[in-house]
Design a protein around this ligand. Structure first.
Ligand code: PLP
Length: 399
């Protein structure tokens, strides 16, 4: 019975497959890494691996999940700030490690020396480029591009590690193809600099993530993948004789966001001071992102140019709410709230939907990325939502 009452996520493989195909068709010269943090549910990683994707792993656990999906050392890139000695010792033989600081390079060298290993690593660089405009911003990620020359001797003195690749990631959810093109162009220039001036053998250039999807039907224009693809072809023609390296793009939301739906059930309906509340089984403790958007709107004036704060918040009108069993002939303005003992447990305010009854389900769209794993599912000791994966052949997997 629990199976039917509990809120759940469902991920549709046919949509993931459609998105993967768009990338593989348009960027044949690139390799792709699936960013596990976006959604670590095993069937998704298995499917991406089957399609030739490697992984962008941001923790020891994500490296192990990637290995369990059958990925080899060369396909797993472990990149995150603040790796500990233990993290590195656990992953040094499982993934290509991307160092995030000069201290980490020293630590890596020390561990490699102790283990009598010679390893190739990448370095994450805070590139001198800003996705919006203006100049490079301070960042906790990587090392600043303008410090590299000063560190050249130090970098070449490391006895047991060799830097053979760079990793750059500035921002997620970019919809402007020309900005992504300029960003990729700058990364190519940086890679050439690392090869020619610093003397690194460049085996890979990891351009990071950023491929965006439409959240706001009213305001977002979709990323023009074809245009970006043509621009990338031109770039690769320009640089291919100068640099011969694996070209890598990371992506999470582009392939999984729209494939996921969050489903919860209306467990009570009430009115207070003229507002009609639909109380669902799990609100923010099942799917946090819609509630964060509502919460922000309470504090920010309507006309403010509120910037996205990924991955918690993108835009206010990112999610569609549906009540498939509602009465089609009667529409009502409702506020959908969860069952937690906190007033902030609001999924959406003042939305017009078909008239609902207790027991009807509520479906929320765009729940594939940064959803289950980013929600406070342990809050108030409620049961956890289920996760299901609907394969193209109709089979449903839970794990
Ligand atoms: C280093 C890195 N790569 C890739 C991604 C995934 O990016 P996207 O959300 O654009 O798919 C992230 C997301 O935070 C990231 O931190």
């Amino acid at each position: 019975m629990d199976q039917y009452d509990r809120s759940f996520y469902i991920y549709d493989e046919s949509i993931i497959s459609r998105q993967v195909k768009i990338l593989l068709d348009n960027f044949p010269q690139f390799e792709f890494l699936y960013s596990v943090k976006t959604n670590p549910f095993a069937p998704i990683i298995h499917f991406a691996a089957l399609k030739g994707f490697g992984t962008d792993a941001a923790s020891v656990e994500e490296v192990i999940i990637s290995q369990k999906a059958g990925l080899s050392y060369e396909k797993i890139f472990y990149s995150t700030p603040g790796k500990t000695r233990r993290d590195i010792e656990k992953t040094i033989d499982k993934a290509i490690i991307v160092a995030d600081s000069y201290n980490e390079l020293l630590l890596l060298n020390d561990i490699a020396e102790q283990k009598n290993m010679n390893i190739k690593v990448g370095l994450r660089i805070n590139i001198d480029f800003a996705m919006d405009s203006g100049s490079c911003l301070s960042s906790k990620f990587g090392v600043d591009e303008n410090t590299l020359v000063k560190q050249k001797d130090f970098l070449n003195s490391l006895s047991n590690i060799k830097i053979v690749g760079i990793h750059v990631h500035l921002r997620s959810q970019v919809l402007d193809h020309s900005r992504l093109y300029q960003y990729y162009e700058r990364i190519f220039e940086l890679a050439l600099f690392c090869k020619e001036i610093l003397g690194w053998e460049m085996e890979f250039i990891n351009f990071g993530g950023g491929l965006g999807i439409v959240y706001s039907l009213a305001n977002d224009a979709p990323l023009d993948v074809e245009k970006l693809s043509n621009e990338c072809e031109g770039l690769i023609r320009r640089f291919k004789d100068k640099i011969n390296a694996r070209l890598i793009i990371e992506t999470g939301r582009f392939i999984i966001c729209e494939a996921g739906q969050y489903v919860t059930r209306i467990v009570d309906i009430k009115e207070s001071m003229g507002i009609k509340y639909l109380i669902v089984e799990k609100g923010l403790n099942g799917f946090l992102r819609p509630s964060i958007a509502e919460l922000l709107m309470d504090y920010i004036p309507e006309d403010s140019n509120l910037k996205a704060s990924e991955p918690l918040f993108t835009v206010k009108d990112a999610f569609e709410f549906m009540i498939p069993e509602g009465e089609r002939s009667v529409f009502e303005k409702v506020t959908i709230v969860g069952s937690l003992c906190t007033a902030t447990d609001i999924m959406v305010k003042d939305v017009v939907l078909p008239k609902a009854h207790i027991g009807d389900i509520v479906i929320v769209s765009k729940a594939g990325s940064y959803s289950y794993s980013l929600s406070p599912i342990l809050f108030s000791s409620h049961s956890l939502p289920f996760q299901f994966y609907l394969k193209t052949d109709g089979e449903i997997c839970m794990k």
